[in-house]
Design a protein around this ligand. Structure first.
Ligand code: ZN
Length: 182
């Protein structure tokens, strides 16, 4: 399945991504919060619930699949957005990932974050690793905070699954501890 996906991402991606959204669900998209070469990110509402919609161009479908695999694995983790579905037009020229809106990106440097935030971020990433996911692109911009101040890890477009974490020797956790000065 993995090999087939990498050879024919556009033809098989949506079988893998099922279940897709029901056509009965109403999605409204408003603000564009990030415009990119392979994907652009919007805020919106799905049946009244606040969501983030990430629209992938076809050349970014590998990233979309990585996100879907990771989010499905992380579905019970409160410090990552809940996966809600994927939708695409019939020609599959693009596809959109929909996840729960967990707040706005931290506009900060690692060093400027207070200790409580740094500890919360580290714990959140340890939990992601414990669930078998290696994030692959841990930057401050990929951390968000909701209105209650809770932090979440987002953007799993570079993630790999089946990570067997050895905390003290794990390269991503080592880098993170260094960045967070922990
Ligand atoms: Zn690890």
């Amino acid at each position: 399945m993995e090999a087939a996906l990498s050879r024919h991402p556009s033809s098989l991606a949506f079988d893998y991504c099922s279940p897709s959204l029901s056509t009965a669900q109403l999605l409204f998209v408003d603000t564009c919060i990030q415009f990119g070469h392979q994907a652009s990110v919007y805020r919106g509402r799905l049946d009244g619930r606040r969501v983030v919609v990430k629209v992938y161009e076809e050349l970014g479908f590998d990233g979309l699949l990585r996100e879907v695999r990771a989010y499905k694995r992380l579905v019970s983790l409160p410090t990552t957005p809940k996966y809600l579905g994927v939708f695409a037009p019939s020609d599959k020229a693009w596809a959109a990932l929909i996840v729960e809106d967990k707040g706005t990106s931290l506009a900060s440097d690692w060093a400027a974050l207070p200790l409580a935030d740094r500890e919360a971020i580290y714990k959140a990433v340890v939990d992601v690793h414990a669930a078998g996911i290696y994030h692959g692109d841990l930057e401050v911009r990929n951390l968000v905070r909701d209105e209650e101040g809770r932090l979440s890890v987002v953007d799993f477009g570079h993630a790999t699954v089946d990570h067997a974490c050895e905390q003290d020797a794990c390269p991503e956790l080592l880098d993170l501890r260094q960045n967070l000065d922990l």
